[in-house]
Design a protein around this ligand. Structure first.
Ligand SMILES: *Cc1c(COP(=O)(O)O)cnc(C)c1O
Length: 424
């Protein structure tokens, strides 16, 4: 049978009720699972049989959500986590050990930046940052013998520049290492990075995937396409794991080696599990993802054009504005819409920007993006406050940058609110 279209997958993928079972995904609020036979439980522990044994590692409600996102991204499996940060951390630890290195694009989300520069460093994993627009030679020159992956964001948060996934994936693959892409802002509705060569995808599901600002969460998706055996760089995936009585993930799980190890080694040990209730809410959110992303994208494009022509606005960046540096890439990777985030500056700099934010009536000031309501934020003094001014500039954050997350309210109301606050 033909694969369903994305709009249909949002609704129909994941949970598949059998005869007489509830039509809506049930919340299996249970830590544990009953078995009749001691040998059966032994087999679960040995990973000889599939099944749930303890909800830190897997749960039927969470699993249905994982399967839906895996199908939407076109992957072989997914692992939901308690937050986007946990997804990023586990996505890296499943590949990198202490003493190893990863190459990251410099325009990342502030939380990812501090995770990489502070916590990973303490764990002995070194990170180098490179501009995602740098030419191949420069990127190549940053890849060392112990570099184990490249990390980037489809649409950078908050600079909203678009990653040339195909180009960076090729550089990664020439070096026999995977490309990990944080696809939070684009969502699998607007862009599917695996189609362009990415190997692993992460999301903060807290944003558009939930979409209603109810649940913090994350997910990792495995394309199943990266060949961990193509070099000697990934012995912890290809050779015996003593913490799992000597199994080799690639031998035992084939194309699902990476995502299985992420679950049975790291989710097991770190316990950053998504709760069944959050999986239920987030799955409910995904059911309307297609409609929401269409409206977020059309509202944001209209708001970006409005801001571009406003006398009190000094600059605007939105991927599908013709004036955007990312316009050509956006037409390729985000042809149906460029999501709901705009960055712009108000004439008069930081002080005028704050005044603008304080005068908004419909749009609220919250530390969040990507839900149905229109929000604003000042990255330099909020989400990226822990970065030095140099680091902020490197991440594409100007002191006067305002990040506008355009909601799905009526566009005329949004524009009117922006206009009155800009005039104030
Ligand atoms: C918010 C965000 C994260 C972190 O996710 P949490 O759910 O807040 O832990 C990671 N990447 C991007 C692009 C984000 O916007």
């Amino acid at each position: 049978m033909k694969k369903y279209a994305r709009e249909t997958q949002c609704i129909q993928s994941g949970y598949k009720p059998k005869n007489g079972e509830p039509r809506i995904l049930p919340i299996f609020q249970s830590t544990t699972y009953k078995y009749d036979d001691a040998d059966e439980v032994g087999k679960l522990f040995d990973l000889e049989a599939a099944g749930h044994m303890y909800s830190r590692i897997s749960n039927p409600t969470v699993e249905a959500f994982e399967n839906k996102i895996a199908e939407m991204e076109g992957g072989v499996g997914a692992l939901a986590t308690s937050s986007g940060q946990a997804a990023t951390l586990i996505s890296v630890l499943t590949i990198c050990n202490a003493g190893e290195h990863l190459l990251a694009m410099s325009n990342l989300y502030g939380g990812t930046f501090t995770l990489f520069t502070s916590t990973l460093k303490k764990m002995g994993i070194e990170v180098t940052f490179v501009d995602h627009r740098a030419d191949e030679k420069e990127i190549q020159s940053q890849i060392k013998l112990n570099t184990k992956l490249i990390f980037g964001e489809t649409i950078g948060n908050p600079g909203v520049d678009v990653l040339d996934i195909e180009r960076i994936a090729k550089i990664a693959h020439d070096n026999k290492i995977p490309l990990v892409v944080d696809n939070t802002f684009a969502t699998p509705y607007l862009c599917r990075p695996f189609e362009f060569g990415a190997d692993i995808i992460t999301h903060s599901t807290t944003k558009y995937i939930d979409g209603h600002a109810t649940s913090v969460g994350g997910i990792i998706v495995d394309s199943g396409k990266f060949d961990w055996k193509s070099s000697k760089k990934f012995p912890h995936l290809t050779q015996a794991d003593p913490s799992y009585h000597g199994i080799s993930y690639t031998e035992k799980f084939g194309e699902a080696a990476y995502i299985t190890k992420a679950r049975v080694a790291f989710l097991r040990d770190m316990g950053s599990t998504m709760s069944p209730f959050n999986a239920f809410l987030t799955n409910l959110g995904v059911e309307t993802l297609a409609l929401r992303m269409q409206r977020h994208s059309s509202n944001a494009l209209a708001a970006a054009k409005f801001l571009e022509n406003h006398p009190n606005v000094s600059w605007v960046n939105y991927p599908l504005l013709e004036s955007s540096q990312s316009y050509e890439l956006a037409k390729k990777y985000l042809s149906e819409g460029a999501s709901g985030i705009i960055s712009f500056g108000v004439k008069g700099g930081v002080e005028s920007g704050k005044k603008f934010i304080n005068n908004l009536k419909l749009a609220s000031l919250v530390v969040h993006v990507g839900d149905i309501r229109t929000h604003v934020l000042h990255p330099a003094s909020m989400t990226h406050r822990q970065l030095s001014q140099d680091q902020q500039l490197q991440a594409g954050i100007k002191p006067d940058m305002i990040r506008l997350s355009v909601g799905i309210e009526n566009i005329d109301d949004i524009l009117q609110d922006l206009d009155q606050a800009l005039k104030a």
